[in-house]
Design a protein around this ligand. Structure first.
Ligand code: ADP
Ligand code: MG
Length: 493
C-alpha cells in the first residue's frame, strides 16, 4: 500500500541537544503505526514537527506524495493531521461537547453558537466511539479515560485523516486502556491512520501494525510488529545486546521482617524471598509473570499449594484476607474501582469496611476513634475531599488511591502490598503517592510493590525481584544502576 505520509531526513536541534538526526518516518493508509523509544528518544519532537508545534531544521514532509510545509498547528490541522499531545488540552470548566466543538465549528455566520446542535453533534461522535456519556457533562467531572476519549472525539471531528496519540495510556486504568484499544480498532476500520506513541511493549503488540523505534534522536528500525520479538525490540530500544541472566542473591538486607518460603500454586513456582523492615521491595515482570498473583497469595486472596509465611521470625497462617488484615497486612489492588473500594460508599465507610474484622473481634478501634484517626490520616495524605462523608466516586483517581492507602494507615498495617499504585492517576498525583510510600517505610513499615513502569520502580524501590512465568529469576539490589538489565531480564526469562 502506498504511503499517505513521508517524513524524510528530519533533523531538529534544541540548544545543546540534537533531538532528531536524519530521521525517516512513513505512514501507510489505515495502519496503526507505533512509535517507540525510551524517554528522550525524540518521539514527541518528531510528532510535534508534524503537528506544527516545532519547525524542522532539515528534511522534507510529503503528504499523498506532495511536498508540504507545516509552519504552525493550523497548517497541520488543515492538512488533516490531528494530534493528541501528551499533555491533554481540554478546558476544565467547559462541557465535553464544548471542548469537542468549540473553535469556529457549527458557528453560523451571525456568530451565535447553536448549543443544541453542538450537543447533538458531540453525542453523535461519542456514539460513534461507543462512549456512553452525556455531552453536557462538565469536563472537571470526567475521568482520565473519558478525557482521553473527548480528545479523540475532538480529533476526529475536524475532517482529519491522521491521528497522532502521544502516550495516550499513561494515565489510564487497565479497563480504560482496553476501551482505548477498541476505539483505535474502530477508527482503523473507518480508514483513519494512527500513530501511537508508547514505551510499553505489551501495548504495541496489542494494537500495532508496524513499529518504528527511535533511540537518542536517531531512526533505528521500521518493521511489521510480527517480524520483531520482544527481546529484539528491547535491544533496539536500549541499544544493548541481551545478556544471559543468572540468578544472584543480594547480601545486603535490612533487618528481616517478612520471610516467604516456597510459595507455590498454579501461578507461582517456589517463591523465596525476604523483606526488610523499612524496605520497599519491587516486583517487576511482564504481564502474566505472576506479580499480581504473588501479592494476592501473600494477602490470602489466592490459595497456595505449599509455602510458609514468617513475620518477625514467627510462622503465620494466612488463609484469607481477613487473616492477613489481622496480622497487619494491607493490599492496595491494581483495580481500585472494583477491588480496592466501593465507589458508591463514602470515604469513611470505605475506611471502615477493611477494618470490619477488627471490629468484630472487639479490638482496638471504636467508630469514633476511627473517625478521628481517618481525619488525621486524610490531612497527612493531603486528600482533597469536601469531607469524609462524600462518596468515593466524587474523588479524582489520585485521591481515591490515597483513601485506600489511608485506610491501611488507620489500621496500622505493617506490610503494605501495592499493585500498580499509580495506574490511572494523573502525573501530578504520582509523585505524591511516591512520597507517601517513602514516608510509610520511613516510619518503619515495609512495602512490596508490583509495577510495570520501569521509572516508577527505579524511583522508589530499594531492591527489585524479577518474575518470569511465576518464578523469581533475578534480584537487583541497586536497581537505579541497572535499568537496562532489569528491562532485559524481565523479557528474556
Ligand atoms: P520522547 O518524546 O521520545 O521522550 P522528546 O522528543 O520529548 O522525547 O525529547 C527529545 C530530546 O529533545 C530530549 O533530550 C529533550 O530533552 C529534548 N527536548 C524536547 N523538547 C525540547 C524543548 N522544547 N527544548 C529543549 N529541549 C527539548
Ligand atoms: Mg514524549
Amino acid at each position: 500500500m502506498s504511503n499517505i505520509l513521508e517524513m524524510k531526513n528530519i533533523s531538529k536541534s534544541f540548544p545543546g541537544v540534537k533531538a532528531l538526526q536524519n530521521v525517516d518516518f512513513s505512514l501507510k493508509k489505515g495502519e496503526v503505526h507505533c512509535l517507540i523509544g525510551a524517554n528522550g528518544a525524540g518521539k514527541s519532537t518528531l510528532m510535534k514537527i508534524l503537528a506544527g508545534v516545532y519547525t524542522k531544521d532539515e528534511g522534507e514532509i510529503l503528504l499523498d506524495n506532495q511536498q508540504i510545509s507545516i509552519k504552525n498547528p493550523s497548517d497541520s490541522m488543515q492538512l488533516g493531521i490531528s494530534t493528541i499531545h501528551q499533555e491533554l488540552s481540554l478546558i476544565e470548566n467547559l462541557t465535553l461537547a464544548e471542548n469537542i466543538l468549540l473553535g469556529n465549528y457549527l458557528k453560523p455566520k451571525g456568530g451565535f453558537i447553536s448549543w443544541q446542535k453542538m450537543n447533538k453533534e458531540a453525542k453523535r461522535i461519542f456514539d460513534l466511539l461507543g462512549v456512553k456519556v452525556s455531552p453536557t457533562m462538565p469536563t472537571t467531572e470526567a475521568s482520565m479515560g473519558l478525557k482521553q476519549m473527548t480528545e479523540i472525539a475532538k480529533a476526529i471531528r475536524s475532517d482529519c485523516k491522521i491521528i497522532v496519540m502521544d502516550e495516550p495510556s499513561t494515565a489510564l486504568s487497565t479497563d480504560e486502556i482496553h476501551k482505548l484499544y477498541d476505539v483505535i480498532a474502530l477508527l482503523k476500520k473507518q480508514g483513519y491512520t494512527i500513530v501511537y506513541i508508547s514505551h510499553k511493549l505489551d501495548e504495541l503488540y496489542a494494537i500495532g501494525d508496524r513499529i518504528t523505534v527511535l533511540r537518542n534522536g536517531r531512526w533505528i528500525i521500521t518493521d511489521h510488529i510480527d517480524n520483531i520479538s520482544q527481546q529484539q525490540l528491547i535491544q533496539h530500544i536500549t541499544g544493548r545486546a541481551i545478556e544471559k541472566v543468572q540468578k544472584t542473591h543480594s547480601t545486603i538486607l535490612k533487618e528481616e521482617f517478612i520471610k516467604i518460603e516456597n510459595f507455590s500454586n498454579n501461578k507461582l513456582k517456589n517463591i523465596d524471598f525476604s523483606v526488610g523492615k523499612g524496605e520497599i521491595l519491587g516486583l517487576y515482570g511482564l504481564v502474566g509473570s505472576g506479580r499480581t498473583e504473588l501479592l494476592r497469595a501473600i494477602y490470602g486472596a489466592d490459595q497456595l499449594a505449599s509455602g510458609n509465611f514468617y513475620m518477625n521470625g514467627q510462622k503465620k497462617k494466612i488463609k484469607s484476607p481477613s487473616d492477613a488484615v489481622d496480622i497487619g497486612i494491607g493490599l492496595v489492588p491494581e483495580n481500585r474501582k472494583t477491588e480496592g473500594a466501593n465507589l458508591d460508599l463514602s470515604i469513611l465507610d470505605n475506611a471502615m469496611l477493611s477494618s470490619l474484622s477488627s471490629y468484630s473481634k472487639g479490638s482496638f478501634m471504636k467508630p469514633s476513634m476511627m473517625k478521628q484517626a481517618m481525619l488525621d490520616v486524610m490531612k497527612k495524605l493531603n486528600i482533597k475531599a469536601h469531607n469524609m462523608h462524600v462518596p468515593m466516586s466524587t474523588l479524582s483517581g489520585g485521591n481515591q488511591q490515597k483513601v485506600i492507602i489511608a485506610k491501611w494507615l488507620v489500621h496500622k498495617s505493617k506490610l503494605l502490598l501495592f499493585d500498580e499504585p499509580t495506574q490511572g492517576i494523573d502525573i501530578g498525583a504520582k509523585d505524591e503517592i511516591y512520597s507517601i510510600m517513602k514516608e510509610i517505610v520511613n516510619e518503619g513499615s515495609s512495602i512490596i510493590v508490583a509495577t510495570s513502569e520501569i521509572d516508577e520502580l527505579l524511583a522508589i524501590c530499594d531492591r527489585v525481584l524479577i518474575l518470569f512465568e511465576g518464578e523469581i529469576i533475578k534480584e537487583f539490589s541497586r536497581p537505579s544502576e541497572s535499568k537496562n538489565d532489569i528491562m532485559n531480564s524481565a523479557v528474556s526469562g
